[in-house]
Design a protein around this ligand. Structure first.
Ligand SMILES: [Zn+2]
Ligand SMILES: [Zn+2]
Length: 339
């Protein structure tokens, strides 16, 4: 079973550690509850001496300390490969449940979300990110998410607008369909709507995107961790106070779903999951920067659209949802290309 040569591995690295890393990488993300099941299964398998199957490990017996030990060893093992494991709290689901993810230390959408995708798909993903973080992320409407109609509208590259550049990595030669090897953006013909829809569902299945009940696509925790520095470098401008990507005043992580200060020009943001603890330590609910009373009814994320009356009227009529989201957007989004 042992080869003559083994790569350097952390002290105490075992078959269980190896199985944990493999299963974790295959899934991309893990919550503690998922890790309990996974580690229980691994320990049952490792301790199985072939006698019988009766001594299964109870997932509840796996402690956070056990999990952290596996994480620590895994980080040491993958660090030479420029991988790391980070964790963040889910802004939307599970009451802020913590999520761990494998991170490529040098990440951009082409190397990460784009792995095993065609150049056209990678170029689409970049347009989708631009739609989330520029087009649908304005001072008036900080949605940072797109509904299906808006996602489909990005299926083909726009004639003008922002020059999309996926750091040159969209010219990957790895068996891509793109011919000519020139700039993919210049020769891009875009994706069919059916191709966009299947790409979106695979991005959701792989944990890169979340799709909400109201049909909005946004970045899932995995993407936010993976693309954190790329998003900031791409969409923020160091010379201005206003930033496209803003951070929670409490936990300092990116806010794509949360609350904003009622003062439209103020940059203070809070996650819903951080709000309670944040105000508990303060006397009054006022913005810590501009002192405007914090009413908690101005939103970042899809609720910037769904809390509006135009969307509410369309609620329940599934076919109209996209129209309602667009209606709320219309004042700003003059660009309206229908196919
Ligand atoms: Zn927060
Ligand atoms: Zn403020």
């Amino acid at each position: 079973m042992d080869d003559n040569w083994e790569p350097p591995v952390p002290a105490g690295y075992s078959d269980a550690n190896r199985a944990f890393i493999q299963a974790f990488m295959a899934r991309g993300t893990l919550t503690f509850r998922e890790a309990q099941k996974l580690l229980a299964a691994i320990q049952s398998a490792v301790s199985d001496d072939g006698s019988d199957d009766t001594d299964n490990t109870d997932p509840q017996s796996i402690t956070m300390a056990d999990f952290e030990n596996f994480i620590r060893t895994a980080r040491e093992a993958v660090e030479p490969l420029d991988f790391d494991i980070r964790n963040t709290r889910d802004q939307v689901r599970g009451g802020g449940e913590r999520v761990w993810a494998f991170i490529n230390a040098h990440s951009d959408p082409a190397t990460q979300l784009g792995t095993s995708r065609t150049a056209e798909e990678v170029a689409y993903i970049k347009r989708l990110l631009d739609a989330m973080f520029e087009k649908h992320n304005t001072a008036r409407l900080e949605v940072m998410a797109v509904d299906e109609g808006q996602a489909l509208r990005e299926s083909r590259p726009a004639g003008g607008g922002r020059a999309s550049n996926v750091n040159g990595n969209n010219n990957d030669d790895g068996g891509q369909e793109e011919e000519g090897g020139g700039s993919a953006a210049a020769t891009s013909r875009g994706l069919k709507h059916s191709e966009v829809l299947s790409l979106l569902s695979s991005l959701v299945a792989e944990g890169w995107l979340d799709k909400s009940r109201d049909g909005f696509y946004s970045l899932a925790p995995r993407s936010l961790m993976e693309l954190w520095s790329w998003l900031v470098a791409t969409y923020n401008d160091a010379d201005t106070e206003w930033q496209q990507i803003k951070f929670c005043e409490a936990c300092k992580e990116i806010v794509t779903y949360g609350q904003r200060c009622n003062e439209p020009n103020c940059t203070i943001r809070l996650h819903d999951i951080c709000e309670e603890g944040f105000w508990r330590t303060r006397g009054e609910k006022k913005c810590p920067k501009c002192s405007t009373p914090w009413e908690g009814n101005h939103f970042v994320g899809e609720r910037a659209v769904t809390s509006r009356s135009g969307f509410q009227r369309g609620r329940g009529r599934r076919a109209r949802r996209s129209t309602a989201a667009d209606a709320a957007d219309a004042a700003e989004d003059v660009e309206d290309e229908e196919e």
